[in-house]
Write a protein that binds this ligand. Structure first.
Ligand code: TNX
Length: 768
């Protein structure tokens, strides 16, 4: 139903004819469809608060005039956005005119009394009006109008309607980690493009970490000359090319200006006191260890912290001064997460300082640190943002708490009277895979589906109305340890970012998962026109092939159980007329099966395709096997220096072990395995001692096969040859599994002589 059930009906707009008149009252509205139903058939993301259908349509085509108030730069900006979108979507050029109103065109106008991001969009056969009080509202009206246009060529009709819209939350963000992997300025701008298209309005930019310092600081050039390069970790014993990248202040200004035009605030994050290893590598005197570490090429929680000497604060304040000069955002993020205090506890200088301050608890020392930095920021008119570790007694009330260790931090912050942003792991962590499909790019093995994100509810019933006002909104984080390329960053983000946008914008009473799915097909079509890579995991066909009496049995599903799966059995592309899959069925051996998901006549997924032969039946990639445990389960690529496909190994780095279920071992079996190596480049503290490397009997390690469980003696063991130079996978042939009687789970593990490197399974084939 519509927002607040709208006793405001008298205000509802009747949008027919040449002018916009107010509806006389509920009675005359007849059976007009309203938000909940018509909204889903209009491909708007996020869904507006209120949509009322009208009669007729307005055609937007070559020469349609967009008029803006004279001298209103923000209105002109909204108009330019619209012109640009229509050009990209339809290849049609609109004209912008200042001042006088065109008789039949698009009018962008200021009105008073609407909220800070609210707008009204009226489409009638006589013209279109976008009205708002703020520049952001005008911009969002233009965004909505552009989304109403289908992708295609030439003029397009927009059915009459009235939209009244405003966001539920003021902070609708994404965090981009450019420290672990670096993205080009062009990529960041394209990200701003699609963020704006979804009415996302905060880009939290993670610019410094243990693995890289990525922002030019003129006063301290070593931060980038040293801190922006690391040597990539590799399982191979050769010196790889350094991995480098940073943004000049010039580039940042350009990006910030680009964002501002799209009503996106860019909030920099400069991590302190932890995640500081790259900075300490550049200027060891800033560190608490007295040593000069390299920029890290490991992932995980590192020990290097800034020290607490006055000259260090001077440097940090100088850095923040340069940061504030290029980032006008009212908020400056200073990290604060995962600062393990070992170095502070071990440092005589830090301890002396703590005593001088009268602080005995190392956690309280971080509070003091945060307070010092926060005070500095406030003196420059900015507010400190930090991860939820900053929430300690004594935290200043103007600090903003970003809740990542679940949502408790947000609740506690709101109760304490601090503003807060919801960014909880694991739901809003886009380094998690979005499906269990073998085609997912590297990341964490946990699946956070589009639906998981969509169903995230920011509203905390435990908070009072007043406390709830402190919850500014939500944000998803794209951590890039395992996301090496820009295209993958984007695929991890889209379409899950669309779900974040809708959760942040659209009130819970209007959100509907099935409605969102309906709008997704047309949304994907627009992504394609815009050239925005996205993941179709929600619709992609998941094909499971098993042995049947005389042939193979195939089960086809998709994650959302949405649309129709259509298939062909002759190697041709499935089309809207291809047979529809309804239940598991058998195909003769040798069939070349292809399948895809359709919504109506539109194909909304890529084509899944398999030849149903003996090897398809026997082979499973590591992504298709079960992992024996869920410690730190990752999907990883080995570092290769050069082009070409790399294998993707699914493994739990705490216990690399896989299970191939339900194998017929009545007459024994033959096993072939493809294996590779990965560096163990994870800083996990004392947890590393829990990792069992096994009892390796040969110099490189052994591949071990067990039946029925993973702990008993192996039924087969094979010594591992050293990895051949230049190869990322090596195939082990002819491992014999003894006859066992019946079907069994087969457990696959390695014993290795040391922690680093790890052996990993790429795929395995078990055939009778
Ligand atoms: C924890 S979330 C971190 C990041 C990692 C992330 C990986 C947070 C404040 N710290 O440093 O990249 O987990 O998922």
């Amino acid at each position: 139903m519509r927002r607040g059930s709208l006793g405001l009906l008298a205000l509802a707009w009747l949008v027919t004819g040449e002018c916009f008149a107010e509806a006389p009252g509920p009675a005359s509205r007849g059976s007009w469809p309203q938000s909940a139903d018509i909204g889903q058939s209009v491909p708007l993301v996020p869904l507006p608060a209120e949509i009322v259908a009208g009669e007729g349509a307005f055609s937007i085509g070559p020469g349609t005039v967009v008029s803006v108030p004279r001298g209103d730069a923000e209105a002109a900006n909204a108009a330019r956005y619209l012109v640009d979108q229509v050009q990209r979507l339809r290849g049609v050029k609109l004209r912008v005119r200042e001042g006088s109103e065109p008789p039949r065109g698009i009018t962008i106008e200021r009105v008073s009394g609407l909220g800070s991001e609210a707008y009204r969009l009226q489409v009638a056969s006589g013209g279109v009006r976008i009205a708002a009080t703020s520049g952001a509202g005008l911009f969002y009206g233009a965004v909505t109008l552009s989304q109403l246009l289908p992708a295609g060529k030439g003029a397009a009709e927009v059915p009459a309607k009235m939209i009244r819209d405003a966001p539920a939350y003021a902070w609708r963000g994404l965090m981009l980690d450019s420290a672990r992997h670096f993205q080009s300025p062009e990529f960041v701008k394209s990200m701003l493009d699609w963020m704006a298209w979804h009415k996302l309005n905060v880009l939290h930019w993670h610019l410094t970490d243990d693995q890289g310092w990525r922002l030019e600081i003129r006063k301290y050039p070593r931060l980038t000359s040293v801190g922006a390069c690391r040597v990539p970790a590799t399982a191979e014993a050769r010196a790889p090319e350094p991995y480098c990248g940073y943004y000049t202040q010039e580039q940042v200004r350009d990006i910030v200006a680009y964002a501002t035009l799209r009503h996106i605030q860019v909030i920099p994050e400069i991590e302190m006191p932890g995640h500081a290893q790259a900075a300490v590598a550049a200027y060891p005197q800033l560190g608490a260890s007295g040593t000069a570490p390299p920029v890290s090429s490991s992932w995980g929680v590192h020990s290097h912290l800034f020290n607490l000497e006055p000259p260090t604060f001077t440097v940090l304040e100088d850095v923040l001064t340069e940061v504030m000069a290029v980032f006008p955002s009212p908020y400056i993020h200073v990290g604060g997460d995962e600062a393990v205090k070992d170095q502070w506890k071990a440092s005589a200088a830090v301890q002396a300082r703590a005593r001088a301050l009268g602080i005995t608890d190392p956690e309280a020392l971080q509070t003091w640190f945060t307070h010092e930095i926060g005070r500095f920021l406030v003196s420059r008119g900015r507010r400190l943002v930090g991860w939820d570790e900053i929430l300690q007694p004594g935290l200043s009330s103007d600090a903003v708490v970003m809740s990542w260790r679940g949502t408790d931090g947000a609740r506690a912050a709101a109760i304490a009277g601090n503003d807060t942003v919801l960014s909880p792991w694991p739901t809003l962590y886009f380094d998690n895979r979005q499906s269990a499909l073998a085609s997912e790019p590297p990341g964490r093995m946990r699946v956070i589906s589009l639906e998981d994100v969509y169903r995230f509810e920011p509203r905390d019933p435990a908070l009072s109305e007043a406390q709830r006002k402190h919850v500014l909104g939500l944000q998803a984080n794209i951590w890039t340890e395992h996301i090496r390329t820009e295209e993958r960053v984007q695929r991890m983000a889209l379409p899950r970012a669309a779900a974040v946008a809708e959760v942040g914008w659209t009130g819970p009473e209007h959100r509907s998962w099935s409605g969102f799915l309906q709008r997704l097909g047309p949304t994907f079509a627009r992504y394609r026109v815009m050239g925005w890579p996205y993941s179709d995991s929600v619709f992609a066909v998941d094909g499971r092939v098993t042995q049947a009496e005389d042939g193979t049995r195939v089960t086809l599903t998709n994650q959302a159980a949405f649309g129709d799966i259509r298939y062909t059995a002759d190697g041709s592309e499935p089309i809207a007329q291809s047979p529809k899959y309804s239940e598991p069925r058998q195909f003769p051996a040798g069939t070349h099966l292809s399948a895809a998901t359709f919504v109506g006549t539109e194909r909304v997924s890529h084509i899944w395709s398999r030849r149903l032969d003996a090897s398809t039946l026997a082979r499973r990639s590591s992504r298709e096997l079960d992992l024996c445990s869920d410690g730190i389960a990752l999907l990883l690529e080995p570092n290769a220096f050069g082009a070409g496909e790399r294998p993707r190994f699914a493994l739990d780095i705490m216990y690399p072990c896989w299970i191939y279920r339900d194998v017929d071992l009545t007459r024994g079996a033959r096993l072939v395995a493809a294996v590779g190596q990965l560096p163990f480049n994870f800083e996990i503290g004392a947890d590393a001692e829990k990792i069992r490397v096994g009892d390796s009997r040969s110099t490189e390690g052994d591949f071990e096969v067990r039946i029925g469980g993973c702990e008993g003696p192996p039924v087969a063991t094979q010594a591992l040859p050293a990895m051949p130079a230049g190869k990322l996978v090596n195939t082990l042939h002819e491992i014999r599994l003894p006859a066992q009687g019946g079907r069994h789970d087969v457990c696959l593990r390695f014993a290795r002589p040391r922690l680093d490197p790890m052996w990993a399974l790429d795929w395995v084939e078990i055939s009778p």
